[in-house]
Design a protein around this ligand. Structure first.
Ligand code: NAD
Length: 254
């Protein structure tokens, strides 16, 4: 496998993109700690793909410390961190209340910061010890580059993740760490998150509507993202850091 001998922690791995990434990583030979705020969903995903599971709310600083201990205990260290957990609550700047704004930034942005800060020491120790390359991958969104009027808090949080990723990448590079950091920017991907975008619209109708906005005429599937994640977290990408990869069927090329 392309990730043989590596260990990885994925957040929000109980559903959608996170589950697909963690499962692809497992199939490529990595040993995975599936984490999610919904511990049952994390456990189900881990048992289907083969891997370990724990409940982790990415906004919880103490939870991250426990995750670092768990990674050391069950994986023996950590090479790869995928900060994937995220939410999307639609709303223009005028109709986003402060609670929703803060919740979105707490999960989508603070969660990524806490993950990087808490796990980098373990990742650098692990990669120094065994000579394997390490990688942090942050799941941002194409909405970090192309905004929409009705997603004020989401656009803001995802744009911040895009730039935080570059800051982490430069820090690691200058320190000589064998840990790279990149971000992925998908457009609409067919997951349960899509259902929150259209007030009560059924899933199929929502997908068809979104597909019309994409030059390739369809929304993405979770594997469109997972294969890019495999590449960016493998040693195939050993000179790639601070990069941003759009996975958007041409949306942002317009
Ligand atoms: P999803 O709703 O299918 O899965 C998200 C998972 O995150 C769920 O299992 C949920 O329980 C978990 N989660 C929510 N809050 C959490 C918290 N505080 N701590 C830990 N886990 C938490 O969504 P998805 O579409 O798979 O989204 C995954 C990531 O991809 C998100 O960051 C999202 O913004 C991003 N993204 C999604 C799309 C899309 O169209 N689906 C497009 C671009 C980017």
């Amino acid at each position: 496998g392309r990730l043989a001998g590596k260990t990885a922690l994925v957040t929000g791995a109980g559903s959608g993109i996170g589950r697909a990434i963690a499962s692809r990583f497992a199939a490529q030979g990595a040993t995975i700690l599936f984490t999610d705020i919904d511990g049952d969903r994390a456990a189900q995903a881990a048992s289907a793909a083969g891997g370990h599971a724990m409940r982790l709310d990415v906004t919880d600083e103490a939870g991250w410390a426990a995750a670092a201990e768990q990674a050391e205990a069950v994986l023996g260290g950590l090479h790869i961190l995928v900060n994937n957990a995220g939410i999307c609550e639609p709303g223009s700047v005028e109709d986003t209340d402060l609670a929703s704004w803060r919740k979105t930034h707490a999960i989508n942005l603070d969660g990524v910061f806490l993950g990087c800060r808490t796990l980098l020491p373990l990742m650098t120790r692990t990669t120094e010890r065994d000579g394997h390359g390490g990688a942090i991958l942050n799941i941002s969104s194409v909405s970090a580059m192309v905004a929409a009027g009705n997603f004020a808090s989401y656009n803001s949080s995802k744009a911040a993740v895009r730039h935080l990723s570059k800051s982490v990448a430069l820090h690691c590079a200058r320190k000589g760490y064998a840990v790279r950091c990149n971000s992925i920017h998908p457009t609409f991907i067919d997951t349960p998150l899509i259902d929150g975008l259209g007030a009560g619209a059924d899933h199929g109708a929502m997908i068809a509507k979104l597909a019309r906005q994409v030059p390739m005429g369809r929304v993405g599937d979770t594997d469109d993202v997972a294969w890019a994640a495999v590449y960016l977290c493998s040693d195939e990408a050993k000179f790639v850091t601070g990069a941003e990869l759009v996975i958007d069927g041409g949306l942002s090329a317009q």
